[in-house]
Design a protein around this ligand. Structure first.
Ligand code: GLN
Length: 234
């Protein structure tokens, strides 16, 4: 595992959508099609882990790529860049509507920032206006919350519903969740009663850390289970 920034498009090309033909490990995931927002950040790592779990994973760059998906992942990277590019490519409104309408969406790090509806005073100003968000989850997120000293670090902590084994957590200029609304279930805190780093609100799942940069696929499996449950109800 490295502390490399997941940003700057490094390894960001998942080929021209070339499919890997690995056997599905989980029967239910085999029929699920997950989009990964591929405007900026570490979308290739999410695609790789989803395919390892037997799901179909595709890059989302234009609104038409949202058609026929069962779920969507917003990767880590830089939320100001993702927000700006989502606007340019006409994705802000469609993703906002999908997420509001019960469609399963998982955001990691910058993706968590994009899903939150409140950045408090940590919002960046872009041309004098607060940065653009999908703004669907009732959480107040603080950007770059761990300060300069703890720019990037690794730790582990248990996650509700994922068994007793602690989950490896990679943080890179990470946000945390400062406050949650009544509909939000806290899934993980760093220390007992410490910063909230994973949460769920109905169809929305977020983590401040990057499970896609570890070999532990339990968090992505949790999302696929949410997606499977939602697609059964379709
Ligand atoms: N600090 C970044 C932001 O505000 C998030 C970092 C990350 O996704 N690794 O968008």
């Amino acid at each position: 595992m490295s502390n490399e920034q997941p940003t700057n498009g490094q390894g960001g090309r998942a080929g021209s959508g070339a499919k890997q033909t690995q056997p599905a490990q989980h029967g239910a995931a085999a029929s699920l099609k997950i989009g990964v927002l591929a405007l900026q950040g570490d979308f290739a790592e999410h695609i790789a882990i989803l395919r390892r779990l037997g799901a179909e994973a595709v890059e989302v760059r234009h609104p038409e790529h949202l058609v026929d998906l069962d779920g969507l992942i917003i990767p880590g990277g830089e939320s100001t860049a993702i927000g700006r590019l989502a606007g340019i490519y006409g994705l802000t409104e469609p993703i906002h509507k999908l997420a509001r309408g019960g469609f399963p969406v998982y955001g990691t790090c910058a993706g968590m920032i994009m899903l939150s509806n409140d950045l408090g005073d940590s919002a960046a100003l872009m041309d004098g206006k607060p940065q653009s968000l999908f703004g669907v989850m009732d959480i107040r997120v603080k950007r770059n919350a761990f300060g300069r000293q703890l720019d990037s670090f690794e730790t582990e902590a248990p996650i509700a519903g994922l068994g007793a084994a602690p989950f490896p957590m990679v943080f890179i200029r990470a946000p945390y969740i400062e406050a949650v609304g009544p509909a939000v279930e806290v899934l993980a805190t760093l220390a007992h009663g410490g910063p909230v780093v994973a949460a769920r609100q109905d169809n929305l799942l977020v983590s401040a850390f990057h499970p896609e940069l570890t070999n532990d696929s339990r968090f992505h499996q949790l999302f696929l289970d949410m997606v499977a449950a939602a697609s059964q109800g379709k």
